[in-house]
Design a binder for this molecule. Sequence first.
Ligand SMILES: Cc1cc2nc3c(=O)[nH]c(=O)nc-3n(C[C@H](O)[C@H](O)[C@H](O)COP(=O)(O)O)c2cc1C
Length: 403
Amino acid sequence: MFDTTFSPLQLGPLTLKNRLIMAPLTRQLAEEDGTPTAEMAAYYARRARGGIGMIISEGTYEVDELGCKAYLDQPGIANAKHVAAWKMTTEAVHAFDVPIICQLMHGGRVTDPRCLFEGESPVSASDTQSEGWVLYTDTNDEKHDRGIDGDWPKVTFPPARALTEAEIHRVADGFAEGAARAVEAGFDGVEIHGANGYLIYQFIHPKTNLRTDDWGGSPENNVRFAKLVCERVRAAIGPDKLITLRLSQDGVDDFLGAWPGGVEYARAVGAALADCEADALHWSSFDWTDNRDPDADDPMPKVITRASGKPMLVNGGIMDGAGSEAVFEAGAGDAAVVGRPLFAHPDWPHIIRSGMDYPWTEFDRKYVIHAPVDLAVSYPADRRVPNWDPDVTKRRSPAADTA
Ligand SMILES: Cc1cc2nc3c(=O)[nH]c(=O)nc-3n(C[C@H](O)[C@H](O)[C@H](O)COP(=O)(O)O)c2cc1C
């Protein structure tokens, strides 16, 4: 049953025992200064034990500068203390013979303002301001459980300023430094987060990239920053570590987002990435079959993998073995990347392989089945107070958490 799903995959330098990969999932379980915790090691090790072929960590900040850190209690890989603490996780996961890569991300204009330093503005491709986003919750049940009355709370962001040319290079170097630290911490490679509304996405998406220099204005220019990051990261970690690059057309502040030009833009992005240093690309969505292009049918990951010639990891709405096989049957990619089902049950790979009937319809309810009622695991408490103060003077001070 599900023969392709459970066949091995050679992905860059890594051999995966099957084609199921755990999606990056932010949990905000680190300490305030970004140090990963034992709870995180236990959480990842439990998923490794559950039969997954590879794990991609939650989005992690690679340096603590230029507004990189995006979330309170987000883990970092920005200093020696972070490296030492991540070893708990990588060792615990490796004990189950499962590779784990570290997702490196820069929040850009949707960085939680409380993560910025005093007087600092968020950075982006251009001078823009996110329109904000509604807290990601799915059902009225959740609204009830979390005690929210009235409209969904809206998250607000201050205006962002465009990165200078020198800063673009500095951010790329920051990714490389974080990648080197990730390898030191025992990760088998890194994922560059170019999706979901964060900084690299803000360069790739024409909506947020209004630049007229070499870093904007065409699909080739819009992906130049992503390619620079991949290049610097490769130089830092060498050929024996995996690099993936995550892409999407929607983002945390634009859940229904689409690339102008749809499939045609995706083809141009894919072609421009053909010679990038990533071993594989990773399509992020909530439904990989929905390309949001009224004029074309092909799913985005299929278009991009064809145009780039790169292996493709496909994410979005894969809930069972048939869902994973559908990715391969469509020629859309080489591995199925799974998020919410692994919140719900760490043994998901074993369960789907057994063919056992399972109440997957419960997925969207707090992302856990038979919730342990500790909602903090899925929704950290600070998410209940989403009206962030955009006043840039009210920020943390650098002295507070130097490691
Ligand atoms: C609570 C939550 C946290 C997430 N955190 C991240 C993250 O840190 N990095 C990232 O690239 N995507 C993140 N995502 C997106 C998921 O990786 C994935 O794209 C999404 O859940 C859709 O896949 P699924 O249908 O398999 O759940 C997150 C999604 C959720 C629901």
